[in-house]
Design a protein around this ligand. Structure first.
Ligand code: HEM
Ligand SMILES: *[C@@H]1O[C@H](CO)[C@@H](O)[C@H](O)[C@H]1NC(C)=O
Ligand SMILES: *[C@@H]1O[C@H](CO)[C@@H](O)[C@H](O)[C@H]1NC(C)=O
Ligand SMILES: *[C@@H]1O[C@H](CO)[C@@H](O)[C@H](O)[C@H]1NC(C)=O
Length: 319
């Protein structure tokens, strides 16, 4: 079904989506008879919270990615730890996962309109789309109908790709979820937004390998600056760097910095290590339009990985 949809032209695709559903029973009109107007309620919450905190859009986009990569987009990333169960959000790579309060606010507003109808997983998918739009990126219609899961385990965050991954490890992580190398390059463009802590790119600037203290693929002046921000000893707890020179604007600058050896993670640099992925990086660096178009397609694909069972009443707790 997914492959077939990709082959079809956009107007026809639109018709097709409005007739049938996408993914596991997802559809654009899923809530048409049960909850009207809630999408703009979510958009309002994302807009208002972003006004007070510029880091909200990046946080929402990353939160949705983490949600989808563990048990499908089922809101498992939103669940709190209870009793002896440590939830995903308290698992190891939780640095910079934040702004959960935005989803709580949106959920409360939507519950007031139509109680028990709209899943937390759908609210997060919509909020991630809104985050991209608010930041100047492309918009798209989000297929809906995800259900919320009942399981969230910190240990499963090991299933997320690590910033130290090379291209074959990234390929494996994405292909296990039905995502292609093109999806990998495109979705890495999410790193157009936000911030990373020193620990996420430390491997590249101290003791990189036996021959080099610094990753030779990093531009020298850029690496020197990162080392001054993240010294070997006594790095400040919140120290780090913006992902690209315009961290609150969703644009194709990420791909430009990847080409210049100024991306932060080994996983970003890895996109330069095969001709196919490198070609796509170059294409996106020179065409914001091509990137935007690809991003919409890959986001819909990633956010159609489903897995839940219920519509949670409180996004932090199972029913
Ligand atoms: C390709 C594999 C990926 C890896 C290895 C990866 C890794 C990371 C790491 C290590 C951070 C920084 C955490 C920190 O130091 O605070 C980060 C941040 C971020 N990632 Fe990714 N990521 C990947 C894919 C994605 C995807 C697919 C998206 C969304 C489409 C995304 C969106 C973001 C955003 C927006 C941030 C900034 C978060 C913030 O500022 O709060 N990433 N990523
Ligand atoms: C976790 O708690 C539940 C009851 O709350 C208990 O049945 C289970 O044995 C506990 N598991 C561990 C590993 O302690
Ligand atoms: C991350 O996990 C630690 C425990 O491992 C927890 O104390 C901290 O509050 C978590 N951070 C966020 C933002 O959830
Ligand atoms: C990537 O890393 C894995 C694990 O360390 C290794 O087995 C593999 O050969 C590496 N692949 C590339 C292309 O460097």
């Amino acid at each position: 079904m997914g492959a077939m949809i990709q082959m079809l032209s956009t107007p026809f695709l639109f018709l097709l989506l409005s007739l049938w559903s996408l993914g596991d029973g997802l559809s654009l009109n899923y809530y048409d008879n049960t909850c009207q107007g809630f999408e703009s309620t979510i958009t309002d919450v994302v807009k208002k919270t972003t006004k007070n905190d510029k880091t909200v859009p990046a946080a929402l986009l990353r939160m949705h990615f983490h949600d989808c990569f563990i048990r499908g987009c089922d809101g498992s990333v939103l669940l709190n730890s209870v009793g002896n169960n440590t939830a995903e959000k308290d698992g190891p790579p939780n640095i910079s996962l934040h702004a959960f309060y935005v989803i709580d606010k949106a959920k409360q507003a939507v519950e007031a309109m139509c109680p028990g109808v709209v899943s937390c997983a759908d609210i997060l998918a919509l909020a991630a789309r809104d985050a991209v739009v608010i930041s100047g990126g492309p918009t798209w219609d989000v297929p809906k109908g995800r259900k919320d899961g009942r399981v969230s385990k910190a240990i499963e965050t090991r299933q997320l790709p690590a910033p130290t991954f090379n291209i074959s490890q990234l390929q494996q992580s994405f292909s296990q979820r039905g995502l292609s190398m093109a999806d990998l390059v495109t979705l890495s463009g999410g790193h157009s937004l936000g911030f990373a802590h020193c620990s996420s790119f430390r491997n590249r600037i101290h003791s990189f390998n036996t021959n080099n203290d610094i990753d030779p693929s990093l531009a020298p002046a850029f690496a020197a600056n990162l080392r001054s921000i993240c010294p070997l000893k006594n790095t400040a707890k919140n120290a780090g760097s913006s992902m690209d020179p315009s961290p609150t604007t969703f644009d194709n600058n990420y791909f430009k910095v990847v080409l210049q050896g100024k991306s932060l993670f080994s996983s970003d640099e890895a996109l330069m290590t095969t001709s196919g992925t490198k070609g796509l990086v170059s294409q996106f660096a020179s065409s914001k339009g091509a990137f935007n178009k690809a991003f919409v397609k890959s986001m819909i694909k990633m956010s159609s990985l489903t897995g839940g069972q219920e519509v949670r009443l409180d996004c932090r707790k199972v029913n």
